[in-house]
Write a protein that binds this ligand. Sequence first.
Ligand SMILES: Cc1cc2nc3c(=O)[nH]c(=O)nc-3n(C[C@H](O)[C@H](O)[C@H](O)COP(=O)(O)O)c2cc1C
Ligand code: SF4
Ligand code: SF4
Ligand code: SF4
Ligand code: FES
Length: 597
Amino acid sequence: MADYKMHILVCGGTGCRASQSEQIADNFKKELELQGLQNEIKVVTTGCFGFCEKGPVVKIVPDNTFYTEVSPTDVKDIVSEHLIKGRPLKRLLYYNPKNFYHVASTSNIDFYKKQVRVALRNCGFINPEVIDEYIARDGYSALGTVLSEMTPEEAIQIVKDSGLRGRGGGGFPTGLKWEITRASQNDQKYVVCNADEGDPGAFMDRSILEGDPHSVIEAMAICGYCIGANKGLVYIRAEYPLAISRLKVAIAQAQEYGLLGDDIMGTGFNFDIELRYGAGAFVCGEETALIHSMEGCRGEPTFKPPFPSVSGYLGKPTNVNNVETFANIPVIFNKGAAWFSSIGSEKSKGTKVFALAGKVNNVGLVEVPMGTTLREVIFDIGGGIRNGKRFKAVQTGGPSGGCLTEKHLDTPIDYDNLIAAGSMMGSGGMIVLDEDDCMVSIAKFYLEFTLDESCGKCTPCRIGNKRLYEILDKITRGEGTPDDLTRLRQLANVIKDTSLCGLGQTSPNPVLSTLDNFWNEYEAHVVDQRCPAGQCKSLLHYEIDPLKCTGCTVCFRNCPVGAISGEKKLPHSINQSLCIKCGVCHDKCKFKAISIV
Ligand SMILES: Cc1cc2nc3c(=O)[nH]c(=O)nc-3n(C[C@H](O)[C@H](O)[C@H](O)COP(=O)(O)O)c2cc1C
Ligand code: SF4
Ligand code: SF4
Ligand code: SF4
Ligand code: FES
């Protein structure tokens, strides 16, 4: 980047591409040529910046000016105002809804202030399709150091010392896993990168592969050297086309540079990587199911032990790690285990990437040191709850996790704390809920997902979850009884204790955590036949207040089932037995005479 005075970083992540970021980059190139600036200012298409909600985003460096919601037609103005006249284009700067100020630099934007980007260090900074840009940021130097200066045991010790734990959900110590796989004697071993990422709403692994594929490739090669494998496989869902294409480009470039293939860097170490495509089943992210799927068999989990480290792909020792886990590896070698372990909490080192979504103001990818509190993530980085509503809960860990409440907001996020609070880290999904969300419906939503995704191999998960779902459905239809709550808990615990794999073992978590934390809400459904959040249609009653009703007839004329009657200029009324609870009358009444009770 040395010859250019300025760089225009245009986000080329999936989200921004869907809003014409490629056209924006092209327009910048054309406009720079028109202005004769092409040799002074370079346009770089990068991976995701994390703040996808404000996309397409464009960043100008070195001044770090951050433009949001840019359209291809804005390019001319950015070039003339910012690049030629030297003043930022105010209308496209990030607008802080809290203090009504436009903010120019990323370092002053709340969304970025508390973030520490380790796994995402290159995302939004380099062009992922140009290997030289990765190399310019110390890329492949860790591989060089490991291959030329360390024994596999010494390298494994560094990973162990760093305290890195698997980011795929389980939090298993990575160095220990490598050590176990190394100790498994066999002439053929495999390194597998788990890029299945099936949690609804999660996109951290996709973003890393789209924005910085070389970091994963480099880490896989280091892992191969450490465990004694010369073959790497990336299992990636086929619905990630951009990540697949960037991985392919990166693998080809690494091969061309002699960083993959035979005799890497002249050290005699051979290692190469192939891709395997998943069809998008959540259960195929579970490592044994993933391996069976790669073998061409049904994507069903099998009982552990044996663990893949001992008997995995084609019966050979296989080290399975998550994309984010791998993305941390090169930087651990470049900056040292002590540096890495200085970030985070006592038992969970480094950072964690979260896909922050739901009812927060700032939705996007967030990377924070382990130990950051939920409050900091939701209120400082996430900017608080949308539309001034009240925070109700946060679902962490995706469908395997649980719902945490106000009392957990100051919990420092790490593997152990989240489990102790009744949820889990999972792969990093974080969905914020507000006062309008019904917790019974939320539990039902997640259970419906796991029910759909259950492979059906074992009875507790296949049939137990179906029964669990039916009870929840009954409750949301207003037909639940207090006994159903006892049955829910009993069945949930049986499924948890007796299912074969992690999917079934964790599927009742949303039910159990909402029972624990929102018991009153369940009671309101089954005792008072009421949904406090006003979400369960069957439990709603629309009523007209005769004192407020002017008899304007708007509701009468709009009710799709003729449930409203009344004379002009006289109070109207609703026939509850005909009402289908569509809510049209409530929305149409200008006099706020219709309430939901
Ligand atoms: C139902 C289920 C789905 C999973 N999905 C993923 C996934 O999408 N990505 C992932 O890395 N790990 C997933 N895991 C965890 C993997 O089985 C495995 O623990 C992980 O890939 C190991 O890598 P790590 O040690 O780097 O975390 C899943 C586990 C279960 C039970
Ligand atoms: S717990 Fe569910 S997903 Fe896992 S093996 Fe049993 S049926 Fe399949
Ligand atoms: S729309 Fe409102 S004010 Fe008009 S008749 Fe219906 S309830 Fe009454
Ligand atoms: S909620 Fe719908 S169906 Fe019921 S009275 Fe109002 S408009 Fe009619
Ligand atoms: S895709 Fe552009 S900021 Fe995420």
